[in-house]
Design a protein around this ligand. Sequence first.
Ligand SMILES: NC(=O)c1ccc[n+]([C@@H]2O[C@H](COP(=O)([O-])OP(=O)(O)OC[C@H]3O[C@@H](n4cnc5c(N)ncnc54)[C@H](O)[C@@H]3O)[C@@H](O)[C@H]2O)c1
Length: 380
Amino acid sequence: MKEIIGVLGAGTMGAGIAQVAAQSGHEVILVDLNATQLEKAKSNLDKALTKLVEKGKIDATEKEAIEGKIRYASEISEFSFCNLIIEAIVEDLGVKHKVFASLEEIVSEDCILASNTSSLSIASIGSVLKNANRVIGIHFFNPAPLMPLVEIIPAVQTSEETLSKAVDLIKSWKKTVVVCKDTPGFIVNRVARPFYGEALRIYEEGIADFATIDWAMTHFGGFKMGPFTLMDYIGNDVNYAVTESVFQAFYYDPRFKPSFTQKRHREAGYFGRKTGRGYYNYAEGTTLPLPTENEELGKQIFNRILVMLINEAFDAVFMQVASREDVDLAMTKGVNYPKGLLAWADEIGLKNVLAQLQALFDEYGEDRYRPNPLLKRMVG
Ligand SMILES: NC(=O)c1ccc[n+]([C@@H]2O[C@H](COP(=O)([O-])OP(=O)(O)OC[C@H]3O[C@@H](n4cnc5c(N)ncnc54)[C@H](O)[C@@H]3O)[C@@H](O)[C@H]2O)c1
């Protein structure tokens, strides 16, 4: 029997999650307080499915069937028959607390209550529930229909049954599932921090400009976008907020320290593509700056950011956030890294990674550069 899936919030993520569930054959109820958002979700779904028809991935009858599976509503009372509800509303703990408490009043005893939060603690979200062993994090990546990765996060209260049901269900949606601990940023939003943070630091030290750092990462690293292009794409408001929340949640560990450069860009309203200006100017008639294609400089930049990413990947394994395999899967399937970071470390040699980190640590004397103990142990 197919489960009935409730999705709360018809924004960027909720609409995409509803599409994935409907394409997997479930009946879906998509609820949002804002009628305009529901309309937008409906018309975006039509566009997305029309594209799939044009590409020959589905036919017109299948398109109609998928569309027929989603019911749009403005009241959570519509969720009463759901087996799973995925919440994808505003990233605000107070609001999520209120919503989870109300949801529990409506649903059956065995309905799983999941959050798509990127940065909040699942344990805290679940704390308002009478039966908290039904709470879990189910974290999709944007755009949900296209990105294969889903992080599943059991909280301290989550039962084995809730975890295994959630894992089986999301796997049946043809997603790559990784299970990770309820720690700040889970896997991807933690391990990826140096991609932005170290790039900003290199810029702030005057080593290179945005375009050159971006070039180093795409040219030598094979990343699809350089850090500044990517931050402009994500939005400096959103990316800065994640960085700040991870930094605070890690009790101000200097490894995650936000950057003044990004803060100032955000304060100036230079959010990136969506405001027409970020690190780069996207206004019509302007041309993007060219990088300084100096091979030695480019390799130095790329290596510095890569070893910082690898150090963070080691830390996620060391602190038991997820398995080695899942950390590598998460970065390749969630944010399209060209290689898993731990596999990359093996390729370039652990000794080499440690030596580069140690050199940074010795030069700066900052905790930010301390090599991970697991890496040290493995080098011996
Ligand atoms: N955008 C991303 O890239 C991304 C990726 C992964 C996870 N997330 C997480 O997913 C969640 C949603 O993010 P988003 O980017 O889709 O946000 P969004 O702003 O695009 O959409 C949020 C929607 O929730 C609705 N909403 C707000 N409060 C509500 C309530 N009480 N009841 C019903 N609907 C309500 C809003 O009307 C809006 O349509 C957040 O927790 C975010 O951290 C976002």
